[in-house]
Design a protein around this ligand. Structure first.
Ligand code: MG
Length: 382
């Protein structure tokens, strides 16, 4: 089990659940980072007594520093602050629970210091999967996925030999609009889009779940984490979210991981791995499970998934462009400045316009990320 943690993105949904799990397991929380929710951050800082806290937003960082002036805590800010928190000498694990591509550089900083990465920031692998996995391999840094699907695949592959895996069966609930036609979704509001049937999550990932972009990002994430080709990943819609994903082995055996839909479980495993510890979460009751059902994803009415699967095979900066454009479009949608169906239009438009950009190194990737955001800002609210 890990001994001392940094939690990047501690005020978000995964960050808060991570702190609860750390408290339950008795793991020291040595560093915290947040974007700008400093009231909650102050509460967490007083409770967990980290030695270092970074606030991404500069103005919020100054206000936070004043608020905790009575505590023996160092305060950092900006991307530098996040990177320092990720590479702090006293920690052995970083939980990357920030949302978006801002997680990329801190993750690389942690890899360079051989920290365990409890990876909850999928954009990092979507944007720079090849570079990140290669660097982690070279430095010997462990990446343990926190995303429930990838944790399930990771668990299903424990003890397997290379060459035994035939395909990954990536499950998804289908989101709140499963069964709807694209034309019916035109007038969807942010309030409707963030209401997920099974999972309680942050706003950005909830919107992504509703468009199936989340499943698309997870498709790309799985490809990098488990070093498989896009053809070896099959998306299976499973509305009950009881099976969190499966693997099919070469002999036809299918191994699945099941559990209640609670992110606390994959978070805890990422911190205790390779051990298992008792947890406080609800247990599955098979007498109460009426049925588990499965269907094909509807790529026609949820084209974000098809777009992501296409980008998975393209290489270069295509996946990064798609993810950054989506992130920006979702931000505008949540602000009420963009129609729901425009999220796909803009992500697809950005890929079309910018997919030739190279993804050769981190600077090229970050440049592609910025270009995609500019594309959405320029074409978004027209
Ligand atoms: Mg997931």
């Amino acid at each position: 089990m890990v001994k001392s943690l940094s939690v990047l993105g501690c005020t978000g949904s995964i960050g808060r659940q991570t702190l609860a799990v750390a408290e339950h397991l008795g793991i020291r929380v040595a560093a915290l980072t947040a974007n700008r929710q400093i009231d909650r951050l102050e509460e967490q800082t007083r409770k967990f007594k980290p030695s270092f806290v970074a606030v991404y937003d500069e103005a919020a960082a100054r206000a936070f520093k004043t608020a905790v002036a009575d505590l023996p805590v160092r305060v950092g800010s900006g991307l530098e602050g996040l990177m320092e928190a990720a590479a702090l000498p006293e920690i052995d694990c970083v939980v990357t629970a920030v949302s978006g591509s801002v997680g990329l550089k801190p993750t690389l900083a942690a890899i360079d210091e051989k920290k365990r990465i409890a990876l909850a920031n999928k954009e990092t692998l979507v944007c720079a999967g090849e570079l990140v996995m290669k660097r982690a391999g070279e430095r010997g840094a462990e990446i343990v996925p926190v995303d429930s699907e990838h944790s399930a695949i990771f668990q299903s592959l424990m003890g397997r030999q290379p060459g035994e895996l035939r395909k990954i069966l990536l499950t998804g609930s289908g989101g709140p609009f499963r069964g709807k036609k694209r034309a019916e979704l035109e007038a969807v509001t942010p309030q409707q889009a963030v209401k997920h049937p099974n999972w309680n999550m942050g706003a950005k990932i909830s919107v992504d779940s509703s468009t199936l972009m989340n499943k698309g990002l997870e498709f790309i994430e799985a490809m990098h984490l488990f070093a498989v080709k896009p053809e070896a990943i099959q998306v299976v819609i499973h509305p009950q979210s009881v099976i969190h994903s499966m693997v099919e082995l070469v002999d036809g055996t299918v191994i699945a991981q099941l559990g209640v839909p609670d992110m606390g479980l994959p978070i805890q495993l990422a911190l205790t791995y390779p051990e298992r510890r008792p947890s406080l979460f609800e247990r599955l009751d098979f007498y109460k499970l009426a049925a588990l059902s499965f269907e094909e994803p509807d790529l026609e009415n949820f084209p974000c998934l098809a777009l992501a699967m296409d980008c998975a095979g393209r290489g270069g900066a295509a996946a990064c462009v798609m993810s950054a454009a989506n992130e920006e479009a979702v931000r505008l949608f949540l602000q009420g400045r963009l129609g729901y169906n425009r999220i796909y239009d803009l992500a697809a438009g950005a890929v079309e316009a910018l997919c030739g950009l190279p993804g050769t190194d981190i600077d090229a990737i970050l440049e592609a990320d910025r270009a995609a955001r500019r594309y959405v800002q320029e074409n978004g609210t027209k």
